[in-house]
Design a protein around this ligand. Structure first.
Ligand code: S3P
Length: 426
């Protein structure tokens, strides 16, 4: 993809369904009683991987005629069917980690793997607790492919060593299928879509501070839902708007869940003007319309619980950091090194290629402000968020930027480049 500089961002957009919620709704619809209808399901390849895996587990689902993004799922109840071949999770860490929780509770063996990037990603974070629940799991040195011998699992009390909503959700799903009451304590509050979705499907959960508890054996009932627009996809357009003082952008039906919306706080702190209207709660998820105007961009330090809450938005915040006045420093972000690519390295490499000064730290980045960048030939590192983040940096660079392998944007947002084109003015 070649991205040319722009002079402004203006317009209105509604985004495909949130990736985190789409995965969870599809998985819970699969093990619910009765049908579910999921509108505005994520268009990304990752959420299609989840649907593919569910089909291999005997779950019947269809895309509605005339609207590809409406998925109708026939719930199988808590018991799925033994797959006849390994499940293909593609590039999707969410699929393999969260579905492992369901596989652990099934009285059969499930094999799961994926592409080259997924095969490098750490899985001991789910293997350890699922094994203590009684699942027998083999892996390739803690990485995919996984072979899970499930069934007859027991509840656990587990203190998670890292902040990860995928792990928390995996264990809540396993807890639903286990004997007894599972308690999970997280070191920091991570996105709570797993809890919210479980409640939407009729399960009862208790939360006490950073601990969440679920009783095994609860039946779920199917739902009709419209998935809110993806806040992490919105981040690219919000950061594009941040680059131009006269920008005006409206995003309708956007996810506003407080455990995901730290991005909005940081953008306001940096200098965007944001107002929210039409706020409503749908199946426990906050949704609203966002109106955004550009301003003068200050800087920010992102660390601690902010880093965990913003983990998927850091690539694009880092990509616009050189254009801020004081720059952006990111700390406590070691997890970025084990995402779809080593995102700290990918960001530092691409910023440097555009002529930016940037310091790569073991757990983050220091990016001074007040810099001007030039167009360059960049790599996506086969990482959707890197491809999209640098197409935003390119909007304020001098000259054109070429992004190799930009088609990987389809992992979360196939229409990203055409949507961006529709909003930029040149
Ligand atoms: C996700 C949690 C985060 C995030 C990922 C989606 C989720 O991963 O980076 O894109 O839907 O729970 P971790 O659980 O590894 O932090």
């Amino acid at each position: 993809m070649i991205v040319r500089p722009a002079r402004n961002v203006r317009g209105s957009i509604s985004l495909p369904g949130d990736k985190s919620i789409s995965h969870r709704y599809a998985m819970l619809a699969a093990i619910a009683d009765g049908p579910s209808r999921l509108e505005n399901y994520s268009t990304g390849a990752d959420c299609a991987s989840t649907l593919g895996c569910l089909r291999s587990l005997g779950v019947k689902w269809d895309r509605k005629n005339g609207d590809e993004n409406v998925i109708e799922v026939q719930g199988s109840g808590l018991t799925l069917t033994a797959p006849s071949e390994p499940l293909d999770c593609g590039n999707s860490g969410s699929t393999i980690r969260m579905l492992s929780g369901i596989a652990a509770g099934q009285k059969f063996t499930t094999e799961m793997g994926g592409d080259e990037s997924l095969s490098r990603r750490p899985m001991e974070r789910i293997i350890t607790p699922l094994t203590s629940m009684g699942a027998r799991i083999t892996s390739h040195d803690g990485r995919p492919p996984l072979r899970i011998v499930g069934g007859n699992i027991e509840a656990i009390h587990y203190k998670m060593p890292m902040a990860s909503a995928q792990v928390k959700t995996c264990l809540l799903f396993a807890g639903l299928l286990a004997d007894g009451e599972t308690r999970i304590e997280e070191p920091l509050r991570t996105r709570d879509h797993g809890e919210v979705a479980l409640r939407a499907f009729g399960a009862q959960l208790e939360r006490n501070g950073n601990e969440v508890r679920i009783r095994g054996g609860q039946r779920l009932r199917g739902i009709e839902a419209r998935v809110p627009g993806d806040l992490s996809s919105a981040a690219f357009f919000l950061c594009a708007a941040a680059l131009f003082p006269n920008s005006q952008l409206t995003i309708t039906h956007l996810l506003m869940n407080p455990t995901r919306a730290r991005l909005l706080d940081i953008l306001v702190q940096i200098g965007l003007r944001i107002s929210v209207t039409q706020l409503e709660e749908i199946h426990g998820e906050l949704v609203g319309t966002l109106q955004v105007e550009g301003g003068q961009l200050k800087g920010a330090v992102i660390s601690g619980s902010d880093t965990a809450a913003l983990i998927d938005e850091i690539p694009v915040l880092a990509a616009i950091a050189p254009y801020t006045e004081q720059g952006i420093e990111v700390r406590d972000a070691k997890e970025l090194r084990v995402k779809e690519s080593d995102r700290i390295r990918s960001i530092a490499t691409n910023l440097a290629a555009m002529g930016a000064q940037v310091e790569e730290l073991a757990d983050g980045l220091k990016i001074p402000g007040g810099q001007s960048l030039h167009g360059a030939e960049l790599e996506s590192f086969d990482d959707h968020r890197i491809a999209m983040a640098f197409s935003i940096a390119a909007l304020r660079a001098q000259g054109e930027t070429l992004i190799r392998g930009s088609e990987c944007a389809a992992i979360s947002f196939p229409a990203f480049f055409s949507s961006l084109e529709a909003l930029v003015e040149r």
